[in-house]
Design a protein around this ligand. Structure first.
Ligand code: GCW
Length: 889
């Protein structure tokens, strides 16, 4: 926001005076248990916990939340004080001491985290002991250490690396809580699991719980550039890089590693897959080692993205041909040098022959040749190569109806199955196109029997509202993970395939593109962190439901007030469907501007170009025919049972119809609606439900802290306005193209709307907006370049009453215009268009809404909108809409 307007125009929510906050009680029962109490420990603990659990289930222990301001930095690791003495008392039976049976850095971190969490939530500082304390203790250690120190304890033999056991045991007559695992990272995960239970007010009675991750690979990728920017990042600059180097201050990188570890994420690739070759320069390696150092205590393995041409660009060779022995030697030396500085380095991610990146095709070599040359260099050190299957031709001839980008990954990688070394993992995006709002599961996920694979999910909401729109992604991911490919004629759900279970692969798992940034709350939208949490939880256990994940996250992030838990969980669970409803329907793609921001509506941007994200809408119908019988043949890439689901229009689920088939607008869906009416209805319904999200959130006023309440409300209000931009653009576009009217008469008919170009203008003049459907009536008004201020006026001609005014304006990022609204001579609102939307011109990216509520208007009132241009932004206005005001909305 321009500093000159900051104080004046940023509206702070009025402080709520009468909010009850609960004081933290002084710690009680923190001293160690007296001798006489020890014998009763298990009995009492068990009894208390049973009572507690019953009370919990009956909802008798509903706690008011503590409403202190929060900025989201702590994510779901807030360790908020359990203030109600009755609830806290249930944990008083926890031992007062923690004993670590080892001294690895991870174990030290683990013990410190336990102390931190217990202190935060229960107000007790656990004593850290190195020897058995002769009283009850929380004992931390690997299986190896437990076997040596406490040989009497039985340990499960089935747990693999990173799995853990939480168990109540008696050691030397003392009641102890044992947190143990095959490796020290597992112990850390066990402590996080324990702390999460306490934070969610769960019972610890007779704890005996073993957990095991579904797959060994649970990594995030960050698309950070060395200059500090982040490709598709929406929450500030890089936490790793600035000005071409690793940041001097890596505090946030360490904090991030802690957040990752808390949900079992064990690897992080810190630079963009569009890799800057400089990361492999010798001078850069010590910098990478600094990042590894802050990751290490949290068991997060460092990896980097590398550019295939590095042997030439960095190494000075005259080739990067993967089959050239000099190239192999270069990779070996480089990898050896990395491991010298980072002995626990994880490996590399490769994007090659994709979107302009160089790759093995330069020399007529295959992805297997390219992956293997690096894999062989990494092998002696235990490192892995993630080779991305996102390889496609972005100069496809759109005029050929048989061309299909969706085919690319399978066509290229399936024939290479079995040719990749054992430490190569093929990283496959969940759908065959590119993180669209709905895609079928990529058939390549079932197309690699003898090769390791990982599914790539996108946490950052590139095509899904860029964290300005609420979109809870575990709902989407679950549909893909649960989809049964029926490979080999048996049940092979995607979650089993990627975990390596279906074909007994040694490696496999989950990669999430996170793109967190320097913004305090990591992802921009305070509710978006549920997606990072959900990614970690699903990578750990893909059988968890989206509902369970949303609820867990809400309890940890906003506390256990049942109203809060119920409301936020419900909002999260409906949000993907809401977003889909007002953007891309029926599997047609997100319908966003694919040539630029990937944000607002840009329905035609995908057509008649080589990028291959076509929906092929024309006057008669819409959709890509990907059938074997008459289309591109893509459906034939699925195993037969799955292919059967998609080959015919009749079998294909409505939600994916236009992904697989080209049909007339009058085609009748399983729902009984025509395609065109579905498009209209879903967009109106989606926009209404986006407004409903605002109402739901407002019901939490006073139940969550002011800071996050205001931040979420601002985003939801914006989203509700932008959903209308989407609705109108998509409906108008299809109405014009199809010529078929909306059965309910809504499309292109806005009785409450006054177009800016129809108002009385002073200094303003009408301009065409491109694409035209992103402005109401295709036009807006802008101040002429030389004007200091402009005015648009209209006369109110409805009955006297209370109204709300929606002013639709454009907020470009190359200027910060100011607006004022007056009724007669009285100013009723003013604001500065200073958001950072991804647009330098008028379109669906920059269109924004200002809602002015509670206006008493009388017939004949003159309403003036004054615009004060700034920079390249000429105070642009689209329309005003007037509704009767309902106080509670
Ligand atoms: O969808 C595209 C994104 C690119 C990204 C690419 C990829 C990092 O728009 O920004 O590049 O996918 O996944 O490689």
């Amino acid at each position: 926001m321009a500093t000159r307007y900051r104080g004046l125009y940023s509206k702070m929510r009025a402080k709520k005076a009468a909010r009850g906050t609960w004081q933290a009680h002084a710690p009680s029962g923190t001293s160690h248990l007296g001798l006489h109490k020890r014998a009763l420990f298990i009995l009492l603990w068990g009894h208390a916990m049973k009572y507690f659990y019953l009370s919990f289930c009956l909802g008798l222990l509903t706690l008011p939340v503590s409403v202190a301001a929060e900025d989201g930095h702590d994510a779901w690791l807030r360790y908020a004080s359990i203030d109600a003495a009755s609830m806290r008392a249930h944990y008083d039976m926890l031992p007062a001491t923690t004993l670590a049976l080892g001294d690895s850095p991870t174990l030290k971190t683990t013990q410190a985290e336990l102390i931190r969490g217990v202190r935060g939530m229960l107000g007790r500082t656990l004593r850290a002991d190195a020897n058995f304390p002769h009283e009850g203790a929380i004992v931390l250690g690997t299986f190896g250490d437990v076997k040596t120190t406490l040989p009497a304890i039985n340990l499960p033999t089935s747990l693999r690396e990173d799995g853990f056991l939480l168990k109540t045991v008696v050691v030397k007559g003392f009641p102890c809580l044992l947190i143990t695992a095959p490796n020290d990272r597992g112990v850390l995960y066990g402590v996080f699991a324990l702390l999460s239970k306490i934070a969610r007010h769960q019972s610890l009675t007779g704890l005996d719980e073993a957990q095991q991750p579904s797959a060994p690979i649970r990594w995030v990728n960050e698309w950070d550039n060395l200059n500090g920017s982040i490709e598709r990042g929406y929450a500030g600059g890089s936490i790793f890089f600035e000005n071409g180097s690793v940041r001097a201050d890596l505090t946030r990188a360490g904090d991030y590693a802690r957040i990752l570890a808390s949900v079992g994420i064990n690897g992080c690739t810190i630079n963009n897959v569009n890799a800057d070759p400089r990361v492999l320069e010798d001078s850069f390696l010590p910098q990478l080692a600094r990042v590894a150092k802050v990751f290490r205590p949290w068991g997060v393995t460092l990896s980097i993205s590398v550019d295939m041409s590095s042997p030439k660009v960095v190494g000075g060779l005259d080739t990067f041909d993967p089959l050239d022995p000099h190239v192999a030697e270069w990779w070996q030396k480089k990898v050896d040098a990395i491991y010298k500085q980072i002995p626990d380095f994880g490996g590399v991610v490769v994007k090659a022959d994709s979107e302009g990146r160089l790759g093995p095709s330069t020399y007529g070599r295959t992805p297997a040749d390219a992956a293997n040359v690096i894999a062989r260099a990494l092998k002696p050190h235990g490192g892995v190569v993630f080779y991305r299957a996102f390889v496609y031709n972005h100069h496809l001839d759109w005029r050929d109806p048989k061309n299909d980008r969706a085919r690319a990954a399978y066509d290229i990688f399936h024939p290479l199955d079995g040719k990749f070394d054992e430490n190569v993992i093929i990283q496959i995006k969940y759908g065959p196109i590119d993180f669209q709002v709905r895609e079928p599961a990529s058939p390549l996920l079932a197309g690699l029997h003898s090769t390791n694979e990982a599914i790539e999910l996108q946490i950052t909401q590139e095509y899904l509202g860029q964290q300005r729109h609420l979109c809870f992604l575990p709902s989407l991911w679950k549909e893909v993970l649960d989809f049964d490919m029926h490979a080999d004629g048996r049940s092979t759900p995607v979650k089993e395939l990627v975990a390596g279970r279906s074909w007994h692969r040694p490696l496999g798992g989950f990669v999430g593109v996170a793109d967190v940034g320097m913004d305090a709350n990591w992802l921009g939208h305070p509710l978006a962190m549920a997606n990072l949490y959900g990614f970690g939880r699903l990578a750990w256990d893909p059988n968890l439901s989206a509902g369970a994940i949303a609820e867990e996250w809400t309890r940890l992030t906003f506390g256990n007030d049942p109203v809060v838990v119920r409301t936020i969980t419900a909002m999260q669970l409906t949000s993907w469907h809401i977003y889909e409803s007002y953007t891309g329907p029926l599997g047609a793609g997100t319908l966003t501007n694919i040539l630029g921001s990937h944000y607002g509506p840009g329905i035609e941007s995908s057509e008649r170009n080589g990028w291959g994200q076509w929906h092929r809408a024309d006057h008669e119908g819409i959709g890509m025919d990907r059938s074997v019988a008459t289309g591109t043949g893509y459906v034939g890439q699925y195993p037969p049972a799955a292919a059967k689901l998609y080959e015919s229009t009749k079998a294909t689920p409505d939600a994916l119809l236009l992904f697989f088939h080209h049909v007339p607008y009058t085609y009748v869906l399983h729902s009984g609606k025509t395609v065109i009416q579905h498009i209209y209805d879903s967009h109106y319904e989606g926009a209404d439900r986006a407004q409903e999200l605002v109402r739901q959130w407002k019901s939490l006023d006073g139940h969550v802290d002011e800071e996050r309440y205001a931040a979420v409300l601002a985003r939801l209000n914006y989203q509700a306005g932008h959903a209308i931009v989407w609705r109108d653009a998509v409906c108008t576009w299809f109405f014009r193209l199809s010529g078929i009217a909306d059965a309910h008469g809504r499309v292109d008919h806005y009785p409450d709307r006054i177009e800016a170009e129809g108002m009385q203008l002073q200094g303003y003049s009408p301009v065409e907006v491109t694409p035209s459907e992103t402005a109401s009536g295709g036009k807006a008004i802008e101040c002429a370049a030389q004007e200091q201020s402009c005015e648009a006026t209209f006369r109110f001609d409805r009955p006297a009453g209370w109204y709300e005014l929606d002013v639709e304006y454009f907020d470009q990022n190359n200027g910060e215009s100011k607006f004022r609204v007056l009724v007669g001579n009285q100013e009723v609102d003013e604001w500065v268009a200073s958001d950072h939307l991804p647009a330098t011109k008028l379109n669906g990216d920059s269109s924004a809404r200002r809602r002015i509520t509670g206006l008493a208007l009388r017939p004949g009132d003159e309403i003036h909108i004054q615009g004060f241009p700034d920079g390249e932004e000429h105070a642009p206005l689209d329309y005003v809409e007037i509704h009767t005001w309902q106080r509670d909305q």
